[in-house]
Design a protein around this ligand. Structure first.
Ligand SMILES: C[S@@+](CC[C@H](N)C(=O)[O-])C[C@H]1O[C@@H](n2cnc3c(N)ncnc32)[C@H](O)[C@@H]1O
Length: 392
């Protein structure tokens, strides 16, 4: 996701339309009633779930643009088709004969469009392109875009994983959008951060961590900073999602692409205020209570947790690399070189796209690619150099 960090001072954020504001107020009323029904305190994961996915009102369920220039953030597939064409080379290698593709959270459908075209051009078109998309609004947009392609690939939208899936699964910036628990390590013990209401609105309130959250926190070693408080997030939904994938995948691989780190880097002493990030009209900031339903809320991905869940469920860890390294391994520079640099009108946008995808200051280093699979041939081209799986 690309958006500029919001400075502490500066011009106010663009105001929402009256209709968008009314939808945000309706969602806030729903959240207020859940807080009351829960006895006055709601865990942050449930707040995030409502803010993003409450039917008709949550950020992903509602009608706002979300992705691309008119929306709140830009993802790699939205930059152009260089990303999808490069990724397709790895997918083509991994796809078993007669296998299918399954994309989680396909956003605007941009990656599905590029992937389908490129795989067809490589003579490796999948039989079916399945999409699991919790947002009915995005699924409708994807249908409109993809069913018009007419490339012979059958698109299917489904709400559950298939049995005995053979093929390649893709999750581009999906795990960061799963509801995560907000937590803090303090001298007084383990704390779960939740949401309460006061006269000024929604606010953060701690309570002692219990159950699965406390259990997960105990497996993570953090150094308390001088302030005495180390805040972070724990995404329990991601490992659960991976266990379900492991139960579904008979042959093939899953590629997870997202921003995040190994566990050691995630819970690094210097990251003592966590990774929670909100996106509104291309501004990134840290207030999840700003206009609920009108902004995206995300956390970075703990790739070690996903790798461990995959290994425990019997999947092979096939590779882990920074996005730039992975795309270079897959031949992005060779694809770029196919366009004549003197043809500035065609070359300049591609070079700009490559710069955003590869630069360590943009998506090249913060974003990682992880592959897990069953019954696949190693080594994978995307991890031929710079494979960091031993660090997970
Ligand atoms: C940040 S958007 C990314 C969209 C797209 N993949 C892209 O890169 O442009 C997150 C997407 O993940 C979807 N999502 C969230 N949780 C999901 C889950 N458990 N399974 C499938 N999709 C999910 C959201 O509905 C949304 O489409």
């Amino acid at each position: 996701m690309i958006a500029s960090p919001r400075p502490n001072s500066g011009p106010p954020l663009p105001p929402p339309s009256p209709e968008a504001l009314a939808a945000s107020e309706a969602l806030t009323a729903l959240i207020r009633s859940e807080i009351a029904a829960a006895g006055g305190w709601l865990g942050f994961a449930r707040y995030m779930e409502l803010a993003l996915y409450a039917p008709a009102l949550g950020y992903y369920a509602g009608g706002s643009a979300k992705l691309g220039a008119p929306g709140d953030f830009v993802t790699a597939p939205e930059l152009g088709d260089l990303y999808g064409r490069t990724l397709a080379r790895q997918v083509a290698d991994l796809l078993p004969a007669g296998g299918d593709l399954l994309e989680f959270g396909a956003g605007s459908g941009a990656l599905a469009q590029t992937m389908t075209r490129e795989l067809a051009a490589l003579g490796r078109a999948p039989g079916n392109y399945l999409i699991i998309e919790p947002s009915a609004e995005l699924a409708a947009r994807q249908r409109l875009r993809l069913e018009a392609l007419g490339l012979g690939t059958r698109f299917q939208w489904r709400s559950t994983l298939p049995d005995a899936f053979r093929g390649v699964m893709l999750a581009n910036e999906v795990v960061d959008a799963m509801p995560a628990h907000a937590v803090a390590w303090t001298p007084d013990g383990l704390v779960e951060r939740g949401v309460t209401l006061d006269a000024s609105g929604l606010r953060w309130t701690d309570r002692p961590a219990t159950g699965a959250v406390a259990e997960a926190m105990r497996t993570i070693a953090v150094d308390l900073p001088p302030s005495g408080r180390y805040e972070s997030e724990i995404n329990l939904a991601g490992p659960a999602w991976l266990r379900a994938i492991a139960a579904s995948l008979a042959e093939g691989a899953l590629l997870v692409i997202d921003y995040g780190f190994t566990r050691e880097e995630y819970y690094h002493p210097q990251r003592s205020t966590g990774t929670l990030m909100c996106h509104y009209r291309h501004h990134a900031h840290g207030d999840p209570f700003f206009l609920p339903g009108l902004q995206d809320i995300t956390t970075h991905v703990d790739f070690s947790a996903l790798a461990a869940a995959g290994a425990n469920a019997g999947l092979d860890l096939l590779g882990y690399a920074g996005q730039a390294q992975f795309l270079i391994n897959c031949g992005i520079t060779e694809l770029l070189a196919r366009t004549d640099p003197t043809d500035v009108r065609r070359y300049a946008p591609l070079a700009g796209e490559a710069q955003k995808l590869l630069s360590p200051a943009e998506m090249g280093e913060l974003f990682k690619v992880m592959a897990l699979g069953r019954g696949t041939q190693e080594p994978l081209a995307g991890f031929a150099a710079g494979d960091r799986r031993a660090r997970l």
